[in-house]
Design a protein. Sequence first.
Length: 138
Amino acid sequence: MNKIIVIGHLGRDPEMRYTPNGQGVTSFSIASSRRYTTSGGETREETEWFNVSAWGRLAETCNQFLAKGRQVYVEGRLRSRSYEGRDGQTRFVNEINVTDVQFLGGGNQMGEDRPVNGQDSMAPNEPPAFEDIDDLPF
């Protein structure tokens, strides 16, 4: 079973692109922080960054309602992949392939938080066999 759940804030506005076959993909990053106390009594904060991608109708919804700083709950599968950067170097990236999103902290344009389940999308949110999407520089 491969499942990851993250609650955090968007570090940048979402970017939507289309694959050569016309399927939409929206990419964004999420920062998730946790506070803890060291054995010496000092409070520290640790932040992890996650690359996220949504496909199909879910991509369109995320692109429409998310913005930098917005709090979001994402659920999906962790994928590892590689791509060749503009400099010719092979890069490796881990990303969350979203299956469920809930917009938190501030509501949406309709004034309320709302869940969005990728399973209900008309287009599947499964990415097709990897297609090169212009060097995806995460």
